[in-house]
Design a protein around this ligand. Structure first.
Ligand SMILES: CC(C)(COP(=O)(O)OP(=O)(O)OC[C@H]1O[C@@H](n2cnc3c(N)ncnc32)[C@H](O)[C@@H]1OP(=O)(O)O)[C@@H](O)C(=O)NCCC(=O)NCCS
Length: 222
């Protein structure tokens, strides 16, 4: 699996995914939906790749790649190095095979080990038990509930808040043999591309953005 940054040629795929009746009810109504809105997101991420990203969840095939879904992140607090992850979505035909969990885990490691974030957070509608399960399987800890926080479908909806911090990563690597023992190990790949991951050193300090960052791709061999 790889998580390349979305580009102009994804502007057909992304609105289709967001509008899918199996996806749309679980995303915030304010999320990007049209090609223009996704194009704006992609532009912003190109200008500030450390702070914004719209990524494609891709499966490598021989000589080509298959788009399985998408996920996005944005900075929530620059000083405290908090990123917010949102709109994880997989196309219906790819669900239930562990790719949601793997994509979330890859993204968490990218944000912490490559971009130097200290804390990653996510908010999920309380009725979306599947997505909460996916976040928890990827290592997020349930931290609280925003009661009746969002107006949706003529009613107030609770949102579950989950978070993961840099210190959790080592514990999770040991505790998650399913991901780390497979050939598609995020650990080995992160180590291959990230001196921080390989040497166990502190993540890159924010502001020290690598010149190649805009092209950095979360990648894993399957
Ligand atoms: C959330 C989403 C990305 C997960 O993708 P996926 O590839 O199906 O996820 P995985 O196969 O990695 O994992 C699914 C997990 O949810 C569990 N699950 C499935 N349906 C469930 C349900 N109704 N309630 C609770 N858990 C459920 C599965 O058992 C599995 O957990 P397990 O591995 O412990 O058995 C995908 O379902 C999706 O795109 N949903 C619509 C958009 C959405 O809800 N996004 C989240 C917005 S915050």
């Amino acid at each position: 699996m790889r998580l390349p940054r979305a580009e102009a040629h994804d502007l057909e795929f992304l609105p289709e995914l967001a509008a899918d009746p199996d996806t749309e009810p679980f995303l915030a109504p304010i999320s990007a939906q049209t090609p223009e809105e996704f194009a704006e997101e992609i532009d912003r991420a190109g200008r500030e790749p450390r702070h914004y990203g719209r990524l494609i969840i891709e499966r490598d095939l021989v000589g080509s790649a298959e788009r399985m879904g998408s996920v996005a992140y944005e900075v929530a607090n620059r000083r405290s190095r908090i990123a917010y992850v949102y709109e994880l979505a997989a196309a219906s035909r790819y669900r239930g095979r562990g790719s949601g969990v793997e994509a979330a885990w890859l993204l968490v490691r990218f944000l912490i080990e490559e971009l130097g974030y200290h804390r990653i957070q996510v908010e999920i509608y309380a009725f979306n038990e599947r997505a909460i399960r996916v976040a928890e399987r990827a290592g997020f800890i349930r931290e609280g509930l925003k009661r009746k926080a969002y107006w949706r479908n003529e009613t107030w909806i609770d949102r579950v808040m989950l978070g993961i911090v840099a210190e959790d990563i080592d514990r999770l690597i040991v505790a998650r043999p399913r991901i780390t023992s497979r050939p598609s190990s995020a650990v080995r790949v992160a180590a291959a591309v990230s001196p921080a991951a390989a040497g166990g050193r502190e993540p890159t300090a924010p502001g020290l953005c690598k010149p190649s960052l805009a092209r950095w791709v979360v990648t894993v061999a399957v």
